[in-house]
Design a protein around this ligand. Sequence first.
Ligand code: XMP
Length: 512
Amino acid sequence: MPQTVLVLDFGSQYTQVIARRIREQNVYSQVLPFDTPLAAIKKAQPLGIILSGGPASVLSKGAPLPDKRIFSLGVPVLGICYGLQLMGKLLGGEVKKCEHREYGRSQLTIKKAGKLFAKMPKSLTVWNSHGDAIVRVPQGFQGIASTENSDFSAIEDAKRRFYGLQFHPEVEHSQRGVEVIKNFLFSICKCKADWDMGDFIEASVQKIREQVGKKKVILGLSGGVDSSVAAALIDRAIGKQLTSIFVDNGLLRLNEREEVIKLFNDHIPGKLRVAKAGSLFLGKLKGVTDPERKRKIIGKTFIDVFDKEVKTLGEVDFLAQGTLYPDVIESVPIGGNPAALIKSHHNVGGLPAKMKLRLLEPLRELFKDEVRLLGKKLGLPDHVINRHPFPGPGLGVRVIGDINAKRLTVLKQADAIFIDELRHSGWYGKLWQAFCVFLPVRSVGVMGDERTYENVICLRAVTSSDAMTADWASLPDALLRKVSSRIINEVQGANRVVYDVSSKPPSTIEWE
Ligand code: XMP
């Protein structure tokens, strides 16, 4: 078992970010619900415990509380935000509602560096989000840093190794936040930095085996990073009990089906079923131009095809999904039903709810870059790991207006040229997404001595870190020139190429 630092989750949106910051330091971290029984906490043999922030107030009735005996385990504890206030309250100090809530940036003045702030400047910009504050520290504690709004923005009881921070060291806007966490891990908890993704694989394999037993699992494979990594990981755990199902909806990029089959042949020994359903999807989409109707039809048809495939497999118990942490909105439903925890992610078009399958989501704790790291460890090739996101409805929302086979062929060929040139020029990896869009607009051109009257292809390339906002990429002129020339010369059916210079917001990344 790797050395572990436990994070008890009181419902903060940053709880998993704390765990991720710890894993970045090569220390294993596990998030457990705030009310985890003491026996389970002891079983994990933590070297340290972190109490997360949370939306509740320790002053309110029914505030979420941990088992108080965690303070008697002889293990260092770090309380963050709500966690700090909890320590204040549970260990005999006093917490009060602040006159002014403190949100966003503030200036932290460090009065005593101690182990937590060792070798740091006396003043740091930190990020806060709280309405309560400690006004009297428990016995044994002292205030070691303050902000304008709180005299006890950081507290310590060095003897018992209990620490509290009113600000959030885990968020990027907190200066030296990572160092504060490192100090807690290495200087206070004496962790060794002996964990890496290889250990994650081992632990996950074990967990998946325990969870699944001898039962059967299906996985909807989209060919993207998340579902491919999930397939590779589950395959390693239970091999033939897993069947991955890839639905070719006819709206895929050039050679995509073949590439998925090759990925399985070369890297994932398990079973793959490919449902070739292109003509079914195209038939249902005939004459449909409204983007949302397209999405609904594609989603529903996907479920029908998937369902049919699953029925051929006999009894199946689990549906595996490549859900990542950012897909999981709720962490702990405070005071609610833990079942509400499960928010299924409809990565490949929709979860067949009527199938009554249990979910298997081995990537639930991870962030995208961690999944890429994991994929690399599992031996998946770079072009899969670093693939741009691709929407579930695929080219269905990139052929604007009516979709037909001819338009799809033009789009696929143009898109393959664009991506090929981006890869060759080294730009692919710098972009969040890049693709072509087929515009149902015809324009006049001249080729040789002949007049042409064909469609327009739009190039879209954006930078982004999370798809919530995006900017159009300043691709070099020479690159755009080459892509345009190749598309017009090599793709029959396109005689004009335009470049989309709209950012999100107010535009979106996709056109439909
Ligand atoms: P927009 O166009 O809203 O896209 O800026 C944001 C991100 O989401 C992807 N996208 C989708 N993904 N099903 C998906 O699985 C969809 O219907 C869908 N629509 C947009 C888009 O490619 C971008 O990464």
